[in-house]
Design a protein around this ligand. Structure first.
Ligand code: HSE
Length: 429
């Protein structure tokens, strides 16, 4: 097999796999370093499923591991998804066979990236995953290559388009979470099982990968603190708006002398902040470094053509022969970072209480906060009460999260407070 003949096996023919086949058939001369690229085999769960692209002339493999091991390809593209099962087995098989691997699988890289990187580097082959984070918007190469000489302090942004779409629609249309989710599923934006997206797990996989690249560590998904958007109430979106904020699902990774804090939370972002203005299904990311200051990226985080373009960019790197460490340093030297206890971090908070509409309630809440050492920044009471109580909302100055949690526990036990107080963090970015 000539080294300038790039024979590509594609496992997984969903949205991204279809986009890649379309791209390669529309660009028969796609080979940035010369030679040619041809698809020599495909694999998916069902051969007969109707698809908007033709696979009838492509050799078919029922088993992705058999495709990964086939001598007919020298580049294996994994677009199956999932942290374990066939995706992991096929990627391991391809790496063990000494093949370059390109994947869009954020769960696989976030959960098993360290061991796969050791394998890839032992075999001297690339393991590339640009499409795993922010879909068609370059983020991985920026972190791994362009910023390898920078000391990154933090990365934070919107890394899940489904959640951003749902929150944006709740905000603009005044509709509840369940209504918008059902519509997103009908339109095919959200998966039938939307747990990975709305539970915050997809964003946590992505920020875990970015944290590893940013801080020169192994991915440490297990250390991520994860809260999704399924408990975001329309009431909070409306009250946050009255206070000058939008609610966004923010994934962040911050480094300090004590370690690294990786978290995903619904977060209040000031309405004039670029992240608040990244609406619909857009993704957006701030990178902050000691020398560069801030970089801001915004673009599509999903979709067939944009994500396939990111996969194609990785295939182009394989073709040009670039073999770098999978993360920022040789895999055998990478360590998992030391996670910081979130309770020790500081935050500004939005607190919403549902209280009885009776004298002394606001005084009781504010006295409890004052006794705990929590300083109130702003306060709002909306006349939208009914027999179930009235909401009062306040924002705090920066306070240790452990202090805040203790104050909330005490307020929850006040007789005039009808429900567990709702805490949302306010973005520091
Ligand atoms: N489901 C993801 C999102 C796209 O909604 O952003 C693929 O990572």
């Amino acid at each position: 097999m000539s080294k300038t003949e790039w024979r590509i096996g594609v496992a997984g023919l969903g949205t991204v796999g279809g986009g890649l086949l379309n791209f390669l058939s529309d660009h028969p001369d796609f080979a940035p370093a010369g030679g040619r690229a041809i698809v020599t085999g495909v694999s998916a769960r069902s051969r007969s499923r109707p698809r908007p692209f033709d696979i009838s002339n492509l050799p078919w493999f029922d088993d992705p591991v058999a495709l990964a091991l086939s001598p007919d390809n020298n580049v294996f593209v994994e677009l199956i998804g999932g942290s374990d099962g066939p995706a992991k087995a096929a990627v391991e098989a391809a790496l063990n066979a000494g093949k370059a691997v390109v994947t869009a699988n954020k769960a696989l890289i976030a959960e098993h990236g360290a061991e796969l990187a050791v394998l890839a580097e032992a075999k001297g082959v690339p393991l590339l995953f640009e499409a795993a984070v922010m879909g068609g918007t370059p983020a991985v190469k920026i972190m791994r290559e362009a910023l390898v000489g920078e000391e990154v302090k933090s990365v934070a942004g919107i890394l899940n388009g489904t959640c951003n779409y749902i929150l944006s629609e709740m905000d603009s249309g005044g509709r509840a979470f369940a209504d918008v989710l059902a519509e997103a599923q009908r339109l095919g934006y959200a998966e039938t099982d939307p747990t990975m997206d709305v539970g915050g797990f997809d964003a946590a996989h992505k920020i875990s990968i970015l944290a590893a690249l940013a801080f020169g560590c192994a991915p440490n998904y297990a250390a991520a603190e994860i809260e999704g958007i399924d408990q975001v109430a329309l009431l909070d979106i409306q009250l946050a708006k009255d206070l000058g904020y939008k609610i966004k699902l923010i994934a962040s990774a911050d480094r300090s002398a004590d370690g690294v804090l990786v978290r995903v939370h619904p977060t209040l972002v000031a309405q004039n902040h670029p992240l608040a203005q990244a609406g619909g299904a857009l993704n957006a990311l701030f990178i902050e470094g000691t020398r560069i200051g801030r970089i801001y990226l915004q673009g599509p985080g999903a979709g067939s053509s944009p994500t396939a373009a990111a996969v194609a960019a990785d295939i182009a790197d394989v073709m040009t022969g670039a073999v770098r460490p999978v993360f920022q340093a040789p895999a055998t030297t990478l360590k998992a970072f030391t996670p910081i206890d979130p309770a020790k971090s500081m935050c500004r908070a939005y607190l919403r209480f549902l209280v009885k509409d009776e004298p002394g309630v606001i005084a009781a809440v504010s006295e409890t906060l004052a006794e705990a050492g929590v300083s109130i920044e702003s306060f709002l009471q909306k006349p939208v009460g009914n027999a179930d109580g009235v909401p009062i909302v306040l924002t705090t100055h920066a306070v240790a999260e452990s202090v805040l949690a203790a104050a909330i526990d005490r307020i929850a036990n006040l007789p005039s407070v009808l429900d567990r107080p709702r805490l949302l963090r306010i973005a520091r970015i």
